[in-house]
Design a binder for this molecule. Structure first.
Ligand SMILES: [Zn+2]
Length: 276
């Protein structure tokens, strides 16, 4: 899934590779996916995008947006996989959108579980998109200590850390993936309640939210996610489906895997105790 490190890197890669190139044609899905969303009918995307030049690519939280002109944009979000294929490479049998460029390259979009591939003109009023577009990212200069303390005070004191950090896009781009290593680095249990945190723990969590995300971005995303060339990121996840069986890298104890708030959580019960 695309979270902040991946959206930042995908936007950079797309911009470097595609800026100035034009759309030659757009093919609608070769295979209908029940949980892939479009703006209107994807069959109309060709007429909307044909001949448009890519002027920029931006990322907003879990969204990546390709910008053609002030009016026309194409964005995709966390559940969408994107690949850039060369002229020689064939399209996969199943895809949810294929965009041909005047360079001969092709952008292919596929969806595993769910995702949106949204081409539009004018305003995009989708609530989730707006939340990500105007929200504050943990790597921005607006994410000050004061902002953090206000954010903590804006939620119920009984809210768990996972709910606080990884739901509602309260801090854009943080989902159930990057959450795990942030909490591990802060030595905090995902089910700890906000009200149980000491002032020092709040500060550690603030620092680690920023530094773990920055490291993930610097290393080209997580090793559980692929970039648009199909390469895994270079950030080695500590707690993920790939690694949790290896045990805790600090105390060498077993990592616990549980289902919590609609997704797996991983934690070291020794390094991230529920109670002090
Ligand atoms: Zn441990």
């Amino acid at each position: 899934m695309i979270e902040l490190p991946e959206s930042v890197n995908l936007a950079r890669e797309l911009k470097e590779a595609l800026k100035g190139k034009k759309i030659e044609k757009v093919l609608p899905p070769s295979s209908v996916h029940k949980f892939c969303w479009y703006e209107g009918e994807p069959e109309a995307y060709d007429a909307l995008l044909k001949g448009k030049k890519i002027v920029s690519v931006e990322s907003y939280g879990i969204y990546v947006e390709i910008i053609f002109d002030q009016e026309t944009k194409l964005n995709f979000n966390d559940g969408v996989n994107i690949r850039l294929l060369t002229e020689e490479e064939n399209l996969p049998v199943k895809y949810q959108l294929a965009v041909f460029l005047d360079s001969g390259e092709k952008l292919v979009f596929t969806v595993a579980m769910y995702g949106g591939i949204i081409a539009y003109q004018g305003e995009n009023t989708n609530e989730y998109y707006q939340k990500n577009k105007i929200g504050v990212s943990a790597i921005s200069k607006e994410f000050t200590n004061e902002y953090w303390i206000n954010l903590i005070h804006s939620v119920k004191p009984t809210m768990s850390l996972k709910a606080f950090l990884a739901t509602e896009q309260r801090i854009i781009g943080i989902g159930n993936g990057v959450l795990q290593d942030i909490l591990f680095a802060a030595k905090l249990h995902p089910k700890r309640k906000i009200e149980s945190l000491s002032e020092e723990e709040k500060d550690i969590l603030y620092q680690k939210t920023k530094s773990v995300l920055e490291e993930m971005i610097r290393k080209g995303g997580r090793d559980t996610e692929k970039d648009m060339y199909g390469n895994l990121g270079n950030y080695k996840t500590i707690l993920s489906k790939n690694t949790y069986k290896e045990g805790c890298p600090v105390c060498h104890g077993a990592i616990t895997k549980e289902n919590y708030l609609g997704g797996s959580i991983y934690y070291c019960p020794n390094c991230q105790p529920m109670k002090k």
